[in-house]
Design a protein. Sequence first.
Length: 181
Amino acid sequence: MANLDNDIEQILVDAKQLEEINRRLGNQITKDFKDKNLLVVGILKGSLYFMADLTRYIDLPLKLDFLAVSSYGSSTRSSGSVKIIKDIDIDLAGYDVLLVEDILDSGRTLDYVSKMLSARGANSISIVTLLDKPERRVVDLKPDYVGTDVPDEFVVGYGLDYDQQYRNLPYIGALKRSIYE
């Protein structure tokens, strides 16, 4: 990781903290979804690592599916236009859906996705986000579960990317501005 590490200004969430977040959230989700028909839907590609680790701590029967959406492209800010690239495969009727997102920023993408899936007949829609940037929110959306808040920096690692790079870092770090400006 030496080459990628050089592009990081500061580590914001290290590997140990990520494990603690996943354990805490998984335990709470296990309690909250007891006796429910849980469908965990990951928002690709950013939630991949988080979803994989989080679900290991959810001690319930569950099904998994994925939804790929785009609102960033190679930019550092959401365009506000949400495009579905890969839809889920499961009929939502009878499921309590847990949307898994890497970072909640403007809220536009999750607002769009949660309304879309709710209209498909799910019993409930809940949102878990690894990272939250509440000061950047432009829609009235509050996640049900939050790993941790992060400052208004461009963050990468543990699934989060800049132009499809840095996802494989084992921590979350602030990318040096010189990389993306």
